[in-house]
Design a protein around this ligand. Structure first.
Ligand code: NDP
Length: 446
């Protein structure tokens, strides 16, 4: 990192104390920007670098709600509207007890560049709460969502800020949030949230999009080496929205997914994960991954705790959460002959793990590129809402596929142009950054 980047990085650390995930996300981008600053001195210090690290607006609010026992509960809500140079702020809401400002800012920062890479007119933002939907009744989740939206509604809108789901926020939560928005505003503004149900303004393929897109990205990376997913031994961590759909797509393309997980541990199923059973347990019953091994009845096993990456794979798709794949996991995967890794989750691989993969010549797809299919399909949902139209599954999936191929190619070409052929981290960071920086310069000092 050159002197300018180091100075701005130190300034970010000083101005945002204790926000370690945000620091990590900034450093990951800055480490690839030196050649950009040489080519574009106009992006220097205050002009772009400092400005792009400072959110345009950060909203923090109290979320009071009443649980089933009649007790008042208090959570904290966040919305960080990070950058709107390319379009309205766009990014999901995360409900998880670990959520605090540093996590929301890391996710919002990543989202700026990811959204730019999709080629769609959307800016970057992110939000959420330290509310934990696990173990709550539907009625409690509804009351929480209604209270959350009672503050959030004044900050969002089709042309302002368009939230969606993320960890802990799926179709049920988006439904309650949209219902409360509609009730408060007395307007059926479909374009204010994405991830809606298909019968009330949602898009086909949106639930599948992030997982499908990540697998499409892997297939494109493998193609560059004359390989494909067919016959690969695959591990997918997590068992939520992204993981389940990544498993489904990877199996469809001939890969054998032998393990998946949740925060309690992982299952190994050498016959290949039964997606229908997994969906039934995790989405239908909101159950635990240990139930899968118990009910599969083919000798598949549940390992409490431990590292899923020790199960050995040639293709690894971390689809659970940040920093879930570290140095020892990367070494373990190398031993099992891993050829490709793609981040379905946001920042799941630690910097050291990424370094190990890249030094070993493993194809590595960073989240900004590999999991961009979700937000891209959210933008397709916005298009359908704006034109009061509803596309078929086939048409929408074809659009998603074209977008993922484009993102892959743009990353590959940008990496080549900046002297790092095959380095998708460089390609994704620079490709996204240059597009946003150009727009920021054009719009003046705002
Ligand atoms: P979900 O809430 O649907 O699923 C999250 C899954 O990850 C759950 O199975 C959860 O298990 C598991 N998990 C959480 N923490 C851990 C952990 N420490 N170890 C193992 N498993 C864990 O969320 P999503 O699938 O939507 O999101 C997953 C990731 O993908 C996140 O990083 C998110 O930011 C990213 N992403 C999501 C997009 C989307 O469209 N949904 C778009 C782009 C990125 P448990 O049930 O035990 O908590």
């Amino acid at each position: 990192m050159d002197a300018t980047l180091t100075r701005v990085r130190d300034d970010v650390f000083r101005r945002n104390p204790g926000e370690t995930e945000f620091h990590q996300a900034v450093v990951e981008v800055f480490e690839t920007l030196e050649p950009v600053l040489r080519k574009h001195p106009e992006f220097g210090e205050a002009a772009i670098l400092q400005r792009i690290c400072e959110p345009e607006r950060q909203i923090i609010f109290r979320v009071p709600w009443v649980d089933d026992a009649g007790q008042v509960r208090i959570n904290r809500g966040f919305r960080v509207e990070f950058n709107s140079a390319l379009g309205p702020y766009k990014g999901g809401l995360r409900f998880h007890p670990s959520v605090y400002l540093g996590i929301v800012k890391f996710l919002g920062f990543e989202q700026i560049f990811k959204n730019a890479l999709t080629g769609m007119p959307i800016g970057g933002g992110k939000g959420g709460s330290d509310f934990d939907p696990r173990g709550k009744s539907d009625a409690e989740v509804m009351r929480f969502c209604q209270s959350f939206m009672t503050e959030l509604y004044r900050h969002i809108g089709e042309y302002t800020d368009v939230p969606a789901g993320d960890i802990g926020v799926g179709g049920r939560e988006i439904g309650y949030l949209f219902g409360q928005y509609k009730r408060i505003t007395n307007r059926y503004e479909s374009g204010v949230l994405t991830g809606k149900g298909v019968s009330w303004g949602g898009s086909l393929v949106r639930p599948e999009a992030t997982g499908y897109g990540a697998v499409m990205f892997v297939e494109e990376m493998l193609k560059t080496k004359g390989m494909s997913l067919d016959g690969q031994r695959v591990i997918v961590s997590g068992s939520g929205n992204v993981a389940i759909n990544a498993i489904a797509k990877a199996q469809y393309l001939g890969g054998k997914v032998i393990a998946c997980s949740d925060s309690s541990g992982y299952v190994v199923d050498e016959a290949g994960i039964d997606v229908a059973l997994l969906r039934q347990i995790k989405e239908g019953e909101r159950g635990r991954i240990s139930d899968y091994a118990a009910r599969r009845g083919n000798g598949s096993s549940f390992v409490a705790g431990g590292s899923i990456w020790d199960a050995g794979a040639t293709v690894a798709l971390p689809c659970a959460t940040q920093n879930e794949l570290g140095e020892s996991d990367a070494v373990s995967l190398l031993k099992s002959g891993v050829v490709a890794v793609a981040e379905g989750a946001n920042m799941p691989c630690t910097p050291k793990a990424i370094e190990i993969f890249q030094e070993a010549g493993v194809l590595f797809g960073p989240g900004k590129a590999a999991n961009a299919g979700g937000v891209a399909t959210s933008a397709l949902e916005m298009q359908q809402n704006a034109s009061r139209d509803a596309w078929t599954f086939e048409h929408t999936e074809r659009r998603l596929s074209e977008i993922m191929v484009n993102i892959h190619d743009r990353c590959a070409e940008t990496a080549e142009e900046y002297g790092a052929p095959g380095n998708y981290v460089v390609g994704a960071n620079i490709g996204g950054f240059v597009k946003v920086a150009d727009a920021m310069l054009a719009l003046g000092v705002i």
